[in-house]
Ligand binder design. Structure first.
Ligand SMILES: [Fe+2]
Length: 505
C-alpha cells in the first residue's frame, strides 16, 4: 500500500486487513494452493462494500452488502461478522449465477441487516473452509454526524486520469462514494466492470496511475448514465435508449453488480427497455434478483443529508405526473437538513456536447419548492459549478419527447449573483455541480477558466456559471455538517482547484 501509511489505513471507514487471494492478470484473483482441502475458484471480483436496501436512517435496521464474484465453479462460502474481531454472527450468503451468453459468473452477496448506525463491523469470509478475506466497514452515520463523501462522474474507462482520481479519492478517507453516472464505459457490461471498474476501484494497490482499494473500503452508490445503457433501440430507432441482450448478453451490469436502496418505483413510468431473446432477458432478470427496474431511482440518507438519485436517460419523461409525484413525495417525506438530487444529464450546462438534453429543467420548480440545496450531475466531462439559481420553465413541450435528441426547455433564470461561497455563503437558489471529469476524455478545452465562453446563445447568454475547469480530471469532496458544508474540487494530482462554503443561516 504505497503512499498510504498503516495509521492512515486504520483511520479509514473500512478496508481489508487480510487477503489470501493474489492477482493472476486480467482482473482475476486466485489463492495459492495450500496443499490441503479443495481448490478455490478464480475470483472475478474481490469483496466490495455496497449499501444494500436501506434508505431511511433507522438504528438497528441498517443494511450493508458485502459482495464478490467468482468463475462458474462450485464453492462453499461462510461469512461471519460482528462489532469485534471475535465476530459472533453468521450471515446468509446468497449465490446467483449471472448467465450471459457463453460466460457465467457466480455473484455472491452477504446481505447484513439490522445493524446499528455508525458502527464499525468486522467480517471474515471463508471459502471451502479456508479464510480468504478479513476486513471491516462502517455503517451509515446518524443525524448530527459530520459526513465526508466524494462524487465522481464518467469514470471507469481505465485511463490514467481515472486511476489517479480513484487514488486521490481514496486518500481523502470518505465515508462513501457517489458516482453521478457513466460509472463503467463503454456500455456498462459485466465484462467492462471486470476490465475497467473492479481493477481500478478495487485495486490491491493504492498508488497514482494504478487506482485504490476504494470499493472494499466504503459503500459505492451510483446512478444510471447513458453509458450504463448504451445501446441503440432496434424497435424505436433511437440511440442510448435500451439494453439489447442479443448484441450484449452481459448488459446492464449496474443492476447485477450493484446492491443499492430498493425504495424506487417498482414500475417506473418510463423504464429502460429490454430488447433481445426472451431467454437472455430472463437470465438478466434472474441475476438482477428484483433490482431491475426499481434500482433506477432511489433515495437514501446519510448524516444530515437526504439524497434523491434519479435515472435521467433519454427514455425518461420528466413531465410524467406519476414520476413527478414520486419525486415530490420523496422530498417531502424527509426531515434531513440538506437535500441533494443526483442524476447524470445536467439540466444547466454551458457546453455544446449535451446542451439539448434539458428534460430535467422541468423539474426545477419541484426541486425549488421542496428545499433542494444542490444538484449533482456528470455527462459533460468537465467540472462546472453554477451560481445558485431558480428557473421557471417556459414551453416544456419538448421535455416529454422521449428518445429525441432535442429536449430543449427555454425559461426564465433568476441567478443569485451575491453568493460567492467565501464571504456570502447562504445561497438563494439551487447550486448545480457537474463533476463529469472523473476519467473519460475531457470536453470543452476552450472553456477552461475562460468566463467569456461560459454562456450559451440559446439561453440568451444568461450568466449562471461560476466556475468551469476542463483541462484536467477531477472529483468533488463534500464535508457536510448540520448548518454548513464545504465543497472542494480536487484534481488528479491532489491539487484543490475550487472550494466554496455553503451555510444554512
Ligand atoms: Fe454520459
Amino acid at each position: 500500500m504505497s503512499d498510504f501509511s498503516r495509521r492512515q489505513f486504520l483511520r479509514s471507514a473500512g478496508g481489508v486487513t487480510f487477503l489470501a487471494l493474489t492477482p493472476i492478470g486480467r482482473g482475476l484473483f486466485a489463492a495459492a494452493a495450500d496443499g490441503q482441502g479443495a481448490e478455490l475458484p478464480v475470483f472475478t471480483a474481490l469483496p466490495y462494500i455496497q449499501p444494500g436496501n436501506g434508505s431511511r436512517l433507522i438504528d438497528k435496521r441498517e443494511s450493508v452488502v458485502v459482495a464478490w464474484q467468482t468463475e462458474n465453479r462450485d464453492a462453499k462460502f461462510t461469512f461471519v461478522y460482528g462489532p469485534t474481531k471475535t465476530y459472533g454472527k453468521t450471515a446468509v450468503v446468497t449465490r446467483i449465477a449471472r448467465v450471459a451468453g457463453d460466460v457465467t459468473h457466480l455473484n455472491y452477496a452477504a446481505n447484513l441487516q439490522q445493524l446499528s448506525l455508525g458502527q464499525k463491523v468486522f467480517y471474515k469470509v471463508t471459502c471451502n473452509e479456508r479464510v480468504i478475506v478479513e476486513g471491516y466497514f462502517t455503517t451509515r452515520q446518524p443525524r448530527g454526524t459530520r459526513t465526508r463523501f466524494v462524487a465522481i462522474g464518467d469514470n471507469a474507462c481505465q485511463n490514467v486520469g481515472n486511476r489517479n482520481v480513484c487514488y486521490q479519492a481514496y486518500l481523502t478517507h470518505p465515508d462513501f462514494v457517489i458516482n453521478v453516472g457513466d460509472s463503467v464505459y463503454n456500455q456498462g457490461r459485466d465484462s467492462e466492470y471486470t476490465k475497467y471498474f473492479f481493477m481500478v476501484f478495487n485495486s490491491d494497490t493504492a498508488a497514482p496511475g494504478i487506482g485504490a482499494p476504494l470499493l472494499r473500503s466504503v459503500p459505492y452508490y451510483s446512478v444510471l448514465g447513458n453509458h450504463d445503457v448504451n445501446y441503440s433501440d432496434p424497435l424505436l430507432n433511437a440511440n442510448w435508449a435500451c439494453a439489447n441482450f442479443d448484441s450484449a448478453p452481459d448488459a446492464l451490469g449496474y443492476f447485477t453488480n450493484m446492491y443499492l436502496p430498493s425504495n424506487g418505483p417498482k414500475s417506473p413510468p418510463s423504464p429502460l427497455a429490454l430488447r433481445g431473446a426472451e431467454n437472455k432477458i430472463a437470465d438478466f432478470q434472474k441475476a438482477a434478483a428484483g433490482r431491475y427496474p426499481s434500482m433506477a431511482n432511489y433515495s437514501f440518507d446519510y448524516g444530515d443529508i437526504h439524497f434523491l438519485c434519479l435515472d435521467s436517460n433519454i427514455y425518461v419523461d420528466t413531465t410524467n405526473p406519476q414520476l413527478q409525484q414520486w419525486i415530490i413525495d420523496d422530498l417531502k417525506s424527509t426531515d434531513a437538513r440538506w437535500k441533494f438530487v443526483v442524476y447524470h444529464h445536467p439540466a444547466f450546462n454551458a457546453g455544446d456536447n449535451h446542451f439539448s438534453e434539458q428534460h430535467f429543467r422541468v423539474l426545477s420548480p419541484i426541486f425549488e419548492a421542496n428545499g433542494v440545496d444542490l444538484i449533482l450531475n456528470g455527462h459533460e466531462h468537465i467540472y462546472q459549478r453554477s451560481q445558485p439559481l431558480r428557473f421557471a420553465p417556459g414551453d416544456s413541450s419538448k421535455a416529454s419527447k422521449v428518445n429525441s435528441s432535442d429536449r430543449l426547455v427555454p425559461g426564465t433564470f433568476t441567478v443569485d449573483r451575491a453568493f460567492d461561497g467565501q464571504k456570502v455563503t447562504k445561497p438563494d437558489g439551487i447550486i448545480h455541480i457537474t463533476t463529469g471529469a472523473g476519467g473519460q476524455s475531457l470536453y470543452d478545452p476552450k472553456m477552461n477558466n475562460n468566463p467569456k465562453e461560459w454562456t450559451h446563445q440559446r439561453d440568451n447568454h444568461v450568466e449562471y456559471v461560476a466556475r468551469l475547469i476542463s483541462d484536467r480530471h477531477s472529483f468533488t469532496i463534500f464535508d457536510v455538517g448540520e448548518e454548513e458544508l464545504t465543497l472542494t474540487q480536487v484534481d488528479e494530482n491532489g491539487l484543490d482547484i475550487d472550494r466554496i462554503r455553503v451555510t444554512k443561516a
